[in-house]
Design a protein around this ligand. Structure first.
Ligand code: KG4
Ligand code: ZN
Length: 334
């Protein structure tokens, strides 16, 4: 059984082919970073138009790499929520068209749950039940993951997502877009203790997050208290220390909340997904924490952390239950 999966929720145009085991046969990602860089962030309309232009070649390439032809596809899968509505619509429409043309079932899955399922793919074995931590550009959430399609929300960010904070701080420090990898590179040469940035909710029982205060603290440190004055020169040598101190604050909070979630649920497995989980400092801190808690840590390799269509293999679980999506399936932004 061969699945063709599509993912177009934000600024990556992605297609993948996998089997019902699931084993990934190909995963192709066309990044739009080049298009959005000059705006300093993802422009929804630009993203949607680029998906229209890039999706069919990306599908062709995924089929070619998997050595599979379209008539061999037995099911089409799509991540239809959450994301930018115009961007999602491109993938959802293409998936419907393919399912109808090929006469095969259409199956949909949730992008956030799929980020956790990427851990199952990378591990090649069972990861459920587990604590799931999703840290991406749009979400920072902790789940009690009972089973692949049974997620219970334990806590989430009250304002900015962790990735969003990385992107905004990168822009503040003049590091460009996308911000996460740029901040990580800059932080490598800095002192993580140089600036005592806030760690919101760190000593709080709630499993929620808040990163907007941290972002503001970096803003005032860079620009001073009078924001009406023109911005000073980029902070020069202080920049690496600012990046490292900011990154450390995010890592401390994410690690502490994941630890609390393990302790509270009594679970001994932690699965982490989403773009920010590609961050080396976060991965190292989570590894150390998991060792202390005697928990098993699952983090996919970086290319499976950021947006991709292979993680839509979560849809295999729905296919097994014959939970087909209707042909009037919606793109659901939230
Ligand atoms: O999961 P993802 O690819 O897309 C969403 O679903 O949002 O996550 C993208 C986010 C961006 O905010 C990006 O800056 C961040 O992940 N990111 C990183 C790193 N790589 C990507 N953040 C910190 N360190 C990284 N190495
Ligand atoms: Zn994502």
């Amino acid at each position: 059984m061969r699945f063709l999966a599509l993912e177009t929720s934000c600024d990556e145009t992605a297609a993948a082919v996998f089997t019902d085991e699931p084993v990934v046969l190909s995963s192709v990602i066309a990044s739009q970073t080049d298009l959005h860089a000059r705006f300093g962030g993802v422009v929804p309309e630009v993203a949607a138009r680029a998906h229209v232009q890039r999706l069919l070649p990306v599908i062709d390439e995924a089929l070619r790499q998997a050595n599979v032809s379209l008539p061999q596809i037995g099911c089409v899968a799509v991540l239809n929520t959450p994301g930018l509505v115009g961007a999602l619509l491109v993938g959802v429409s293409a998936a419907k068209m393919l399912a109808v043309t090929l006469g095969v079932p259409l199956v949909c899955a949730n992008h956030i749950e799929a980020h956790i399922y990427a851990c199952r793919l990378a591990a090649g074995r069972e990861i459920f039940p587990c604590v799931g931590l999703v840290v991406s550009g749009g979400h920072t959430s902790l789940f009690h993951c009972h089973a692949p399609l049974r997620f219970e929300l334990l806590g989430a960010t009250r304002d900015d997502a962790a990735g969003e904070a990385f992107d905004k701080v990168a822009s503040l420090l003049g590091l460009g877009f996308p911000g996460g990898p740029a901040v990580e590179r800059e932080a490598a040469g800095g002192n993580p203790q140089a600036f005592p940035f806030p760690r919101t909710f760190l000593r709080d029982d709630r499993l929620d997050f808040s990163f907007s205060g941290l972002k503001t603290a970096v803003l005032y440190t860079v620009r001073g208290n009078d924001l009406s004055r023109p911005a000073p020169e980029p902070p020069g040598p202080r920049r690496a220390d600012l990046a490292a101190s900011f990154q450390q604050a995010v890592v401390d909070v994410l690690t502490a909340k994941a630890r609390q979630a393990l302790q509270r649920t009594g679970l001994r497995r932690l699965a982490v997904g989403g773009g920010v989980s590609a961050n080396g400092a976060l991965r190292a801190a989570l590894e150390q924490m998991a060792r202390q808690e005697e928990a098993e840590l699952f983090i996919p390799p970086p290319q499976l952390c950021t947006d991709n269509a292979a993680m839509a293999a979560l849809a295999v679980e729905k296919w097994r239950r014959q939970e087909w999506a209707p042909l009037d399936l919606d793109a659901v932004p939230n």
